[in-house]
Unconditional design. Structure first.
Lengths: 222, 247
């Protein structure tokens, strides 16, 4: 327990990094996932193909590879610099990787949500003179979102835990701090493990509860 | 084509694979006319109705609305659709919007009316179809008859040149059919151009200017309601009427 207590401040700082990675990547994934969903149902075949290819590749590639690619491929090799500060640069590289990966899952969830919206809803929108984009934005996607609140919650929880892989691009989030502590306090390995596990449960549990509540509250009566 | 012809279909054909759903259909609907399409199931009535605002594509032939050919897609098609109202069998009210917002939405986003103006118009129309008190409710909280009346108000809010009704009472409980037909009859009296696919023969007799009888994808005959119901000229229409009017 001693390690957890004396290092409390640095542990909290590391978890704060986890929260920031999660929040920014979640926002990015939601936006990119929505765009991908729109592309997958677009009237233009090329858009559908591109989105399908993207989702297929990213969903079937291990996240470690995706993050190594953003870190080594985009960051080191192509030399993309998002900030002069190396820590900030690595943070954004990790966000890119996590967003690229998670948006594929958001897209799949949203697409299954779209399938729960009856064709008649889109037909009614089109018969009023709404085009493809506004039919999606005003009528079908809002209903699709409400149908998939619970699965989106699961994706968010998975993303939270996936941020631990950001260590491969050198972001000092919670799991990195845990390794360091284990090296310093070799006699307290079990306590440290349990402490960090409890930290993640504490982060993720409220998310599950919140999304469960939201999905009941936002369900559309049909 | 003469002035006053609002909807003109010429030699319209459509197939679903082997099934020929519309065969060389010619139909002209004049301004202010109420045309009721009847016929057995699978005759192509709904397909014809949906083809007029291109919810169904056609394989050959032409459809013109107010003198302009129906565009295949894009903005031009959306603009044209805004000029033709549609009322569906399954109502299709936007499930996540209140009754009021259902009637407001198209006005604001398509006609670019201000929210205040659109709401005023929506409330006026909802009062007219007898749903004024339910404006804040969601569609699922309304009966089928009430939902269909909201759907009619939603179509009217766009100030359409014509309204298409695709079996508007077929999904309703029997006791709710009349409240919807009354609204439709009132509209017909006020001079709205209407194309109505229905099985309600009473409505056809009472409100139609012309009855169109379809079978197997073809228009078999068309006539005034009195002439059609009194003495149908084709065997197919006679046998159809004999089957449904004997009870």
């Amino acid at each position: 327990m001693e390690a957890l207590l004396t290092e409390g401040g640095t542990i909290l700082a590391a978890f704060w990094m986890t929260v920031r990675l999660t929040a920014v990547s979640a926002l990015g994934s939601l936006v990119l996932g929505t765009v991908l969903t729109a592309m997958r149902v677009a009237p233009l075949g090329a858009l559908r193909t591109a989105a399908t290819a993207y989702v297929t590749v990213l969903r079937n590639t291990p996240l470690t590879l995706v993050l190594l690619f953003t870190g080594l491929g985009i960051g080191a090799n192509l030399g993309l610099e998002l900030s002069d500060d190396i820590a900030t640069n690595n943070f954004w590289l990790a966000v890119i990787g996590l967003t690229a990966y998670t948006s594929a899952f958001v897209c799949e969830a949203l697409r299954s949500g779209l399938n729960t919206v009856s064709v008649g809803q889109a037909e009614a929108a089109r018969s009023l003179g709404l085009g493809f984009v506004r039919t999606l934005a005003l009528i079908t996607l809002p209903q699709a979102f409400r149908a998939v609140v619970a699965p989106l919650g699961s994706i968010l929880i998975a993303l939270t835990k996936n941020t631990t892989i950001a260590l491969v691009v050198g972001v000092s989030e919670a799991s990195v701090r845990m390794r360091e502590l284990i090296e310093t306090y070799g006699d307290q390995v079990i306590e440290i493990f349990l402490g960090f596990a409890a930290g993640f449960v504490l982060l993720c549990l409220p998310m599950g509860l919140l999304f469960g509540w939201l999905s009941r509250r936002m369900a559309v009566a049909r | 084509m003469t002035p006053g012809d609002l909807i003109v279909l010429q030699q319209v054909n459509k197939r679903y694979g082997e099934h020929h759903v519309l065969r060389d259909v010619d139909l002209t609907v004049r301004q202010g006319e109420v045309v009721v399409i009847i016929g057995p199931s699978g005759a192509g009535k709904s397909t014809l109705c949906r083809a007029i605002n291109r919810l169904e594509s056609i394989d050959s032939g032409t459809i013109t609305l107010d003198g302009r050919a129906l565009p295949a897609e894009g903005r031009a098609l959306a603009r044209l659709r805004a000029e033709v109202g549609m009322v569906f069998q399954s109502f299709n009210l936007f499930a996540h919007k209140t009754v009021l917002d259902n009637v407001v939405l198209g006005q604001v986003h398509v006609l670019k009316r201000s929210r205040a103006e659109a709401e005023r118009k929506a409330r006026e129309l909802l009062d007219r179809v007898g749903i004024g008190a339910q404006a804040a409710k969601f569609p699922a909280q309304l009966s089928g008859g009430q939902q269909q009346r909201v759907a009619i108000a939603r179509a009217l809010a766009m100030d359409p040149k014509a309204i298409l009704f695709d079996e508007p009472t077929s999904a309703l409980d029997p006791e709710m059919v009349n409240e919807v037909l009354e609204v439709m009859t009132a509209l017909a009296r006020e001079g709205m151009t209407m194309v109505v696919v229905t099985h309600e023969m009473g409505f056809a007799r009472r409100a139609a200017d012309r009855v169109v009888f379809m079978a197997d994808g073809e228009i078999v005959e068309q006539n005034s309601p009195d002439a059609f119901f009194g003495a149908p000229s084709s065997d197919r229409a006679s046998s159809f009427l004999a089957k449904i009017l004997t009870h």
